[in-house]
Design a protein around this ligand. Structure first.
Ligand code: CO8
Length: 202
């Protein structure tokens, strides 16, 4: 990353643009023909308007992920593909961390995450569980670790278009090894379970 400073207005604009990109990604899979053209034109116009006068986006909004600064003063942007409001791939989580437990809500997820028709792609099920289990391990240890194993059991398809709950728990710490487990639910239905091992750096 470079050392260019970023104002709050810049951060708000970047997240606004990411929101438009998310809507475009969804709209590209929803619309066709003339409807697609109108949709793209309207979203482009919204971005152009914000670019022409970024101040109009403030102070109504504050950035969710304002850039941090490294010790050398370089801008560090949150690139996380699950949680960063600036990463258009991120489905975005709202997460609560307490002691050995994390509970996150995500979604409703749109069509760009689709695997089987109307259902979440299985790889994304793993992405969501990996993130929440990593988060609870980080919260418990106070430092980052690497996912070494992640075993998934798919119990039932995960519906798109509904809010999902992802829960993670630390189950054991043994030296550099931290074990955690969790599940992804739609309502009261457990759709997937995960258990894995996280290894702290030497
Ligand atoms: C900022 C937010 C980021 C969120 C990220 C979300 C999580 C991620 O995606 S992390 C990225 C994906 N993971 C990776 O890329 C990791 C790739 N793997 C690695 O880099 C290495 O294998 C790494 C670091 C995990 C472990 O390497 P290394 O430190 O050499 O481990 P190693 O010494 O062999 O094993 C450590 C311990 O685990 C044990 N162990 C290793 N594998 C297993 C296993 N499968 N089962 C049980 N125990 C195991 C070893 O026996 C050893 O135990 P002990 O300390 O008692 O002797």
């Amino acid at each position: 990353m470079d050392a260019t400073p970023e104002t709050t207005a810049d951060s708000v604009l970047a997240e606004f643009a990411a929101g438009i990109c998310r809507r475009m990604a969804e709209g590209l899979l929803e619309h066709t023909g003339g409807e697609l053209r109108s949709f793209l034109s309207a979203e482009s116009a919204r971005l152009q308007a914000a670019l022409a006068d970024p101040a109009t986006l403030e102070p109504a909004e504050q950035p969710h992920d304002p850039p941090r600064f490294s010790r050398k003063g370089h801008v560090v942007i949150n690139t996380n593909p699950v949680t960063s409001h600036r990463n258009v791939l991120a489905p975005l989580l709202t997460e609560k961390l307490e002691d050995d437990r994390a509970v996150a809500t995500v979604g409703p997820l749109p069509r760009q995450y689709q695997g089987p028709r109307g259902m979440l792609h299985g790889g994304y099920v793993g992405v969501l569980l990996d993130q929440v289990l990593w988060d609870v391990v980080f919260h418990r240890l106070g430092h980052a670790s690497f996912t070494r194993t992640l075993n998934l059991t798919y119990e039932s398809p995960v519906p798109l278009g509904e809010e999902l709950t992802v829960e993670g728990r630390v189950t054991k710490i043994d030296g550099r090894k931290t074990f955690a487990e969790g599940e992804l639910r739609s309502g009261d239905t457990v759709c997937a379970r995960a258990e894995g091992l996280w290894v702290s750096p030497r």
